[in-house]
Design a protein around this ligand. Structure first.
Ligand code: ADP
Ligand code: CP
Length: 316
């Protein structure tokens, strides 16, 4: 039995329709796919993003007033999305397991991620959240919301960005370890975990959204996972992505891909954090990490799809 941390990207939860019903439907589809790991005898630990959802929830806060119904801050919005998505996944996984004759418990953990209040990321927002905007909408958005920072997101449109400090530790990891040891499937660190700083005995929320790939890597290291699998909407990692000479990687060793990371060859806010998170996991544990498509899970389990990053030198 391998302990596998699976990090789920936006396509696992949200397509175009951001209604709760549509997201529940997408999550049910994802759960059906994830059951393949359990059927294969693996212990799953699930984590997921929340970029679109937390951005949408922040937009909904604009309807709040300052008195009776005040807007919620970003850390609380993060917690709300973690709860909602965890609730959807918990039920979807349970249903998919039962449909396959497997009676296993699934539990979501409200997870807090410790960050450094002096992390330079607080001065340099980089995490895209919420909907995509067209280039022509940006000037008006900036006029309406002078405190927003908006950037182009990997050729897909424009999005608001917020600070994204690096995870230092996962506050609930001891409890998560025990859940895993009991054979229960936990859903943890949703949306990268709620970003908190420690002051004495207090954990204080900060206005940020942590990258779920980095916290997935952190939790995978802390619970001694055998593998980290980052599932997204693309079949693997490409060199020269989107160019005529693009090359998909099947297996690559950590030192080789590090050179490309150092040369800033991967898109910020999309593929770069996935590769960095995978590299960190491989370096810290010696175990492999895979980046691949959600739809290819069965092939990833068989080792025929996705990009595998390994410690030892292998064929690129
Ligand atoms: N070098 C690359 N190799 C593969 N995909 C890349 C690369 N650079 C950018 N991408 C883009 O990154 C996307 C995955 O990132 P993103 O959508 O942010 O992930 P998530 O699934 O976590 O929401 C892919 O769908 C692809 O369009
Ligand atoms: N928090 C986070 O990384 O979310 P996405 O994966 O949806 O961007």
């Amino acid at each position: 039995m391998a302990k596998i941390v699976v990090a789920l990207g936006g396509n696992a939860i949200l397509s175009k329709d951001a209604s709760a019903n549509a997201q529940i439907k997408a999550v049910k589809q994802t759960a059906k796919v994830l059951v393949n790991f359990v059927k294969n005898g693996d212990q799953l630990i699930i984590t997921h993003g929340n970029g679109p959802q937390v951005g949408n929830l922040l937009l909904q806060q604009l309807a709040a007033d300052n008195n009776e119904n005040p807007a919620m801050p970003l850390d609380t919005c993060g917690a709300m999305t973690q709860g909602a998505i965890g609730y959807w996944f918990q039920n979807a996984m349970k249903e998919a397991l039962l449909d396959n004759g497997i009676n296993k418990d699934v539990v979501s953990v409200v997870t807090q991620t410790l960050v450094d209040e002096n992390d330079p990321a607080f001065q340099n927002p980089s995490k895209p959240i919420g909907p995509f905007y067209k280039a022509g909408e940006v000037a008006e958005l900036k006029a309406q919301h002078p405190d927003w920072q908006i950037v182009e997101d990997a050729g897909r449109g424009y999005r608001r960005v917020v600070p994204s400090p690096k995870p230092l530790a996962i506050n609930e990891y001891h409890a998560i370890k025990q859940i895993v040891d009991a054979g229960i499937i936990p859903i943890v660190s949703g949306g990268g975990g709620i970003p908190v700083v420690k002051k004495g005995n207090q954990l204080i929320g900060t206005e940020a959204v942590i990258d779920k790939d980095f916290s997935a890597s952190k939790i995978a290291q802390l619970i001694d996972a055998d593998q980290l699998i980052i599932l997204t909407s693309v079949g693997g990692v490409f060199y020269h992505y989107g160019k005529p000479n693009q090359q998909e990687l099947k297996e690559v060793d950590v030192d080789e891909i590090q050179k490309h990371l150092d040369a800033d060859e991967f898109a910020k806010g999309s593929m770069e954090p996935k590769v960095q998170a995978a590299v960190d996991f491989v370096r810290q544990t010696g175990h492999p990490a895979v980046i691949g498509a959600l739809e290819d899970v069965q092939e990833i389990i068989r080792g025929t799809e996705g990009t595998t990053i390994k410690k030892q030198r292998v064929r690129v």
